[in-house]
Design a protein around this ligand. Structure first.
Ligand SMILES: Cc1cc2nc3c(=O)[nH]c(=O)nc-3n(C[C@H](O)[C@H](O)[C@H](O)COP(=O)(O)O)c2cc1C
Length: 260
């Protein structure tokens, strides 16, 4: 028998190979973590710019993002809060921590979030000191999981500029069509609130009847993906209502929207 064909040697080779491979995987996971985080941040920045119709694909995203101001808002009062450092804010940990979030009753939890953080980051874009767009983080459950995105509103605080999702696990070709540029384009110019301030925006089943008096509050449904479509309606109803940015929007309506 060849000297190399012993059980001992076979085990030594197999174990060594496992050790080398696991060391390589651990090393690349640690080394790439920062890069992955940087890419996630870049993707979010480009989605924020894109929702507000500001993304110029020929220019560096980080450079363009310098035109956006991030502010922390207290969702209870609707007031901006400068006590929390924007760099320290993390939506995930704020929404899990009982001291920085509230539990939602099933009646209020229409976006299926379970808890809602008491603070959020909102993004403002000014043009020559006048507010040009406000971009609001939104999230809620679709069919398979939580869909996270940004809704940009005009300075009238009721007309949509755009809606972009940066994270979801809906099925490509069905619920995943929330990323379809043709569907996203329908959102521009749609209105969120009735004159009395009720959230009316809805993704309907089928196509919007352009002659209907409600057409400005309605978006075509995604075919074969009614559950995802309803999820989008529900997350917007939640975040634009009293439990979300309703108090902020009321506050801003009473202010002169100038960059100071
Ligand atoms: C494999 C598979 C994946 C699906 N993915 C989605 C999805 O991402 N979003 C969704 O709303 N419905 C999805 N559906 C369909 C739903 O189960 C459901 O039938 C649909 O939402 C009903 O929409 P409709 O009334 O427009 O047909 C999927 C179905 C299957 C079998």
């Amino acid at each position: 028998m060849n000297n190399n064909d012993t059980i001992k040697k076979t085990l030594i080779v197999a174990v060594s190979l496992c050790l080398v491979c696991s060391a390589l995987i651990s090393f690349s996971a640690v080394e790439l973590r920062d890069l992955q985080e940087a890419n996630k941040t870049l993707d979010k920045q480009s989605k924020i710019l894109s929702a507000a119709g500001l993304l110029d694909s020929s220019t560096d995203v980080t450079e363009q993002f310098k035109s956006i101001q991030a502010r922390i808002v207290n969702l209870e009062t609707g007031e901006f809060d400068s006590a929390i450092n924007i760099e320290d804010y993390d939506e995930g940990s704020f929404s899990r921590n009982p001291s920085t979030s509230i539990e939602l009753s099933s009646e209020k939890d229409i976006a299926l979030l379970k808890r809602r953080e008491n603070f959020q980051t909102v993004y403002l874009h000014y043009e020559q000191q006048d507010l040009n767009a406000i971009i609001l983080p939104v999230r809620g459950y679709g069919l398979w999981g939580t869909m996270k995105g940004y809704l940009a509103l005009e300075p009238d605080l009721k007309t949509v500029i755009g809606l972009e999702f940066f994270e979801h696990i809906e099925t490509p070709g069905l619920g995943g069509e929330i990323d379809n540029p043709r569907w996203k384009a329908i959102w521009k110019g749609k209105e969120i609130y009735s004159d009395s301030g009720e959230v009316l925006i809805t993704v309907i089943k089928g196509s919007v009847d352009k002659n209907s008096s409600n057409a400005k509050y309605q978006v075509d449904g995604l075919s074969g993906a009614t559950i995802t479509s309803n999820g989008v309606t529900n997350l917007l109803s939640f975040w634009l209502g009293d439990m979300g940015y309703g108090p902020l929007i009321s506050q801003l309506k009473n202010q002169e929207l100038k960059d100071v």
